[in-house]
Structure formats: structure tokens, C-alpha cells
Ligand binder design. Structure first.
Ligand code: GLY
Length: 386
């Protein structure tokens, strides 16, 4: 049988998105100076998260965008602005008490990216310090990395034994630390944690839960919580993208086929759902029909994960994952993006959480990060930040 491969996006379309993106980020960069952005108000990044909350989990994504563009263009503007972001994060690294398990999101995109691209020894120390903080949250009885501290949960709730799917994107920091130091302990913790996430949060149909509450003394699973999704049995789309991309990354570092199988299973669930809403996912794939909340950030993170899966499979499967990634990128670029360089943030139609979220739909800095990574992956100009 003749093999048929589909090209969804034309090269000119990819280049056009990239050019618009770079023009906009360059303009933002000149406006931002030392600020760390999260979301806009009236189209402008007004709040500086270096001031508002230096421990905030998204505080590395701006420098992640800049390091990706520095790698692609070699423009000093991006390097210098990313370095300022990295230095600002020292207040969190040394402050310590406000740190959660998000050290991966925060320092893979800042110090580790810097080290990978420039070899900076200061950045290396920051990255290894962040990895040690993450490893220090490990519970050896339950074989998991604790997610949050009490400030993230309701008063009276004990989160000592909580794990969340987002963690799968933090543990590459541990794989990296093992590679750099030659000490397998970081990676052993990552693998044990990934196995616990797989057994507690990945469902048989390929969907996943958000929060698992594990007894921190005995290691027994006690409860699943809805977290940022609609309910404990529903399907929060960004959690789904964290798990599909996260297990692909664990496969990349360990070559354990069980992780690639989980990545594919969770990807197939994502693909089966996303076509129903024009390739921009609902906030929760099982939210009530009366709700139309979308979350473009979930789609773009999943697109990067699908492109990563494509790197580890042969044709014709490679074509399947790449095609769905392109459908997501193309539709998001057409229907959810603001390309005006005079205003901040590109990707709109995002959602922080289904409940308790004062913004109906918003922009989010990590959606712009995943758009940047996705388009650079299509151009073959990205570098591995995870
Ligand atoms: N908890 C991280 C996220 O909003 O995806």
C-alpha cells in the first residue's frame, strides 16, 4: 500500500506566524524592562510578578520565550532580558519558604536554559539548587514529590501528601540534574514519582485526574480531587496536556517504553476530544454542555507534546502526531491570537481553572511560551528547554 502523509501547514504559513510572533515579542521586550509578566489588563502587562509574587509558578515562562528566541535569532536583546528575569528569581530561590514543586517550571526556563545555551556557571548553580529543592520534597514511603504548601489550599486542608499532574513537567529538572552531576538519585526520584502519578492519576480510558491525595505516612491513595477541572471524574484539558507532554519527556530521558505508551494513550484521548471544538480545547473535556470555556494554553502545550511524541515514533505514526499538532497550532493562530505589537500577549481564550476563576477567558504567559516552542519546533529552530 502506498504511504500517504499529510501536510497541514504550508511553510509560508509557519513562517508568517513566526514572523508575527517575533515582531510582537521584540516589541514586548522593549516595553517590559525588568518586569515578569503573567497576564494582561486592558491589553497590557500591568502587574509585575517579580513584585506581586516572586514565587508564582509561571515566573519562568517569559524567560523561556526569550531563550527560545535567543537560540533562534542570536539577538542580544533576548539574552539580556532573560538574564534579568533569571536574576530576579534569586529572591525566590534564596527565600525558599514560598517554593512549591514548580521549581522545574521556574528554573528550567531560566537558569537551566541559560546554562544549556551559554554554559554560565552561575546559571548551573541556580539550576542545581532548584533541582535539590525539588528532590527535597520527595516522600520515600509514598514515592512521590509533594506538590504544594499550605498557602495553596483551603484553611484546614492538609496537602502534605498531595500530588498533581502538572508535576510531570517539573521532573525533567531532576533528569537534567542527574545528567549534569552523574548522580542517579535525582533521576531515581523522578522515575518513582512518575510511576506514582501513572498509578494514581492516569485513567484506563487515557484521561486523567488533577490531584491525588496520598497518606504521607503510609503512602496509600486516599482521594482524587477536581483541582482546576470541573469535577474529580471530569477531564481538565490542561492537566491532560501536562500528562501527555510530561510522560513523553520522561520517556525521552529514561527510554522506558511504558512512559511512551502512557504518552500515546493520553494523546489519543486529547486528539479524540479536540476535533469537536475546532482544535482549540474546552477548559474541561467533560464540562457541562452549557459552558463554552476554552483553554488555548492546553492545546498549545499538547501540540508541543505531540511534536515530541513524533520524534520518538516511526512513520506513519509520526505523521499522525505531527498532523494533529499542526491542526492545533493552525487553528489557534487563526482564531485565538492577537498579533498587534502595540498590545501585550498573543494567545487569548485561555482559562486558569474551571471554578473559582474571576476571569471568564484570559491570556496567560505560558500559552505564549508554548506557541513559541511549537512554531520553533515546526521550523526546526527550537532547543530542548525541558
Ligand atoms: N497549576 C498549574 C496550572 O494552572 O496548570
Amino acid at each position: 500500500m502506498e504511504e500517504v502523509f499529510f501536510m497541514i501547514m504550508k511553510e509560508s504559513e509557519i513562517n508568517n506566524i513566526y514572523e508575527n510572533l517575533e515582531k510582537k515579542i521584540e516589541a514586548e521586550c522593549k516595553r517590559m524592562e525588568n518586569k515578569i509578566p503573567y497576564w494582561t489588563e486592558d491589553g497590557i502587562y500591568q502587574q509585575d510578578y517579580a513584585e506581586k509574587d516572586i514565587y508564582w509558578w509561571t515566573n519562568g515562562f517569559w524567560s523561556g520565550i526569550l531563550w527560545q528566541l535567543y537560540h533562534a535569532t542570536q539577538k542580544e536583546l533576548y539574552l539580556n532580558t532573560a538574564r534579568k528575569n533569571e536574576e530576579l528569581l534569586d529572591k525566590a530561590l534564596h527565600g525558599f519558604t514560598g517554593l512549591h514543586h514548580d521549581t522545574g517550571f521556574m528554573w528550567l526556563h531560566s537558569a537551566v536554559a541559560d546554562y544549556r545555551l551559554t554554559g554560565s556557571q552561575e546559571a548551573l548553580v541556580r539550576g542545581l539548587t532548584a533541582a535539590s529543592v525539588l528532590a527535597g520534597r520527595y516522600n520515600p514511603v509514598g514515592k512521590f514529590i509533594r506538590a504544594w504548601n499550605p498557602d495553596c489550599v483551603e484553611e484546614g486542608e492538609d496537602c502534605t501528601g498531595w500530588i498533581i499532574v502538572d508535576s510531570m513537567m517539573n521532573i525533567p529538572l531532576l533528569y537534567w540534574a542527574s545528567q549534569i552531576t552523574g548522580d542517579p538519585r535525582f533521576s531515581q526520584i523522578a522515575v518513582n514519582h512518575a510511576d506514582t502519578v501513572a498509578s494514581c492519576l492516569v485513567r484506563d480510558d487515557g484521561s486523567c485526574g488533577h490531584i491525588a491525595c496520598i497518606n504521607p505516612e503510609t503512602g496509600e491513595l486516599e482521594q482524587i480531587l477536581a483541582g482546576q477541572g470541573y469535577s474529580e471524574t471530569s477531564s481538565w484539558s490542561r492537566g491532560q496536556s501536562w500528562i501527555l507532554y510530561g510522560f513523553t519527556l520522561s520517556y525521552r530521558y529514561t527510554k522506558n517504553n511504558a512512559y511512551l505508551d502512557i504518552a500515546k494513550k493520553t494523546a489519543h484521548y486529547f486528539i479524540a476530544n479536540i476535533g469537536l471544538t475546532g482544535y482549540v480545547p474546552l477548559c474541561d473535556f467533560r464540562q457541562p454542555a452549557s459552558s463554552s470555556y476554552l483553554d488555548a494554553s492546553a492545546g498549545l502545550c499538547a501540540a508541543c507534546g505531540l511534536l515530541e511524541i513524533a520524534e520518538h515514533v516511526d512513520e506513519p505514526d509520526k505523521n499522525l502526531y505531527r498532523s494533529y499538532a499542526e491542526l492545533i497550532i493552525q487553528n489557534t493562530a487563526e482564531t485565538c491570537c492577537n498579533w498587534d505589537p502595540e498590545t501585550d500577549s498573543i494567545v487569548q481564550n485561555c482559562k486558569v481553572a474551571f471554578h473559582n476563576d474571576r476571569r471568564e477567558q484570559t491570556d496567560l504567559i505560558y500559552a505564549d511560551y508554548f506557541l513559541t516552542e511549537a512554531i520553533l519546533r515546526l521550523k526546526g529552530k527550537d532547543f530542548l528547554i525541558w
